[in-house]
Design a protein around this ligand. Structure first.
Ligand SMILES: [Zn+2]
Length: 368
């Protein structure tokens, strides 16, 4: 298959021609380029710009109905409020790959990108078909459907029984009791190894976070080559004042097998090289930790390629289209690079050369 052609089509199908238009016209404002956009103080939040649960399910079912390729949609778990957690699967390639999005309810762009990707892959276009002869793409879009609802739009899942935060004890929860759990701290293939079980085996004989357990079980069932977990982060800035729009990272927990870590680094560098061609994308290395219950570390420890993707977020509906496109470019690039095997030619050490993330940018600070 013609690699460049696939890339072009994969991106172009969803993106139209607006990709390169972002930065050139941006003006300096508060020493960051581009200088926004931001949600201003008096502006209403419009998180309904993102699909709510009903819209997500309806769109997934529509793709399943109309797909020109092998497509399955199943529930792999249920949230505390009774919402299905979906696994969509498209293609017939021997190599399974897997995406997880929106473990944190207020981090929506990966889900929007996942829908665009599934729509494209199922479209029956020749290029999509070529990809799906090589890889089968699995997606858990919106792992945390309760926290994602517009009236909450919160990081945590929803659990009135969740205690207040105490990470030493294993409670990666909201600072307030009764809100919910941080889904991305509970990816334990063996629950008895978890911090919480180690401290409170009688109270928590099983994983109390159904959304995380659903992902753990689905990954074990699918047994993919890699897992890519898509999030949003705040706004960060490079040393020379450019806005960072994405950060990427690989598993670094103690005991991650070298081959899984190398594959993860190859995926990161491949995605970095791809998006760095676009003027609007400023990519960097995410300063992630070693906690084994985080998806990135957990799936690395289990021998999978494992990548964390962070897209600029925290700006509600602002830049929705552009940020979702950036997530889609990253997701598309790793599928493409796996299908044509170019990702395996990347030198894993080159991932270390990706610039580190830089400083958090608070637009309220007066310029120095
Ligand atoms: Zn997150």
């Amino acid at each position: 298959m013609d690699r460049r052609n696939v890339l072009k089509t994969f991106g172009g199908a969803a993106f139209g021609g607006a990709l390169l238009s972002g930065v050139a016209g941006a003006k300096r404002e508060n020493h960051i380029v581009p200088g926004g956009p931001w949600v201003t103080e008096n502006e209403p939040r419009k998180v309904e710009a993102f699909r709510d649960y009903e819209e997500l399910v309806s769109d997934l079912e529509k793709v399943a109905r109309t797909s020109a390729r092998e497509f399955s949609l199943e529930s792999v778990g249920t949230s505390n409020r009774g919402r299905d957690i979906h696994l969509a699967r498209v293609g017939s390639g021997d190599t399974d790959v897997m995406f997880v999005t929106q473990q944190h309810g207020n981090e929506p762009h990966g889900t929007e990108a996942a829908l665009s990707m599934l729509q494209y892959l199922s479209s029956g276009s020749g290029e999509a078909d070529d990809l799906l002869d090589e890889v089968t793409v699995n997606v858990i879009p919106r792992a945390n459907p309760d926290g994602s609802e517009p009236d909450l739009f919160q990081r945590y899942n929803v659990d009135p029984d969740a205690p207040a935060r105490d990470t030493e004890e294993g409670f990666f929860t909201s600072f307030d009791a009764g809100v919910g759990w941080d889904v991305n701290r509970y990816h334990w293939p063996d629950w008895t190894e978890s911090t919480l079980y180690q401290n409170r085996p009688d109270e928590y004989p099983e994983n109390p976070v159904p959304e995380a357990q659903a992902v753990v079980d689905a990954v074990a069932e699918v047994d993919p080559l890699w897992v890519v977990d898509v999030h949003n982060q705040g706004t960060y800035v490079t040393d020379d004042g450019r806005m960072i729009t994405t950060s990427l990272y690989w598993p670094i927990a103690e005991g991650v097998p070298a081959d899984a870590q190398d594959l993860s680094k190859q995926l990161v560098r491949h995605a970095y090289d791809h998006v760095s061609r676009f003027g609007y994308a400023e990519a960097s290395q995410y300063p992630g930790g070693t906690y084994p219950g985080i998806a990135r570390n957990s799936y690395g420890l289990q021998g999978y390629g494992s990548v964390l993707v962070e897209i600029r977020g925290g700006v509600d509906q602002k830049s929705n289209g552009k940020l979702s496109r950036l997530a889609l470019e990253i997701m598309a690039s790793v599928v493409d690079g796996t299908a044509d095997e170019s990702v395996f030619e990347v030198d894993p050490d080159d991932a270390e050369e990706i610039p580190e993330r830089g400083d958090y940018y608070d637009r309220e600070l007066p310029p120095e």
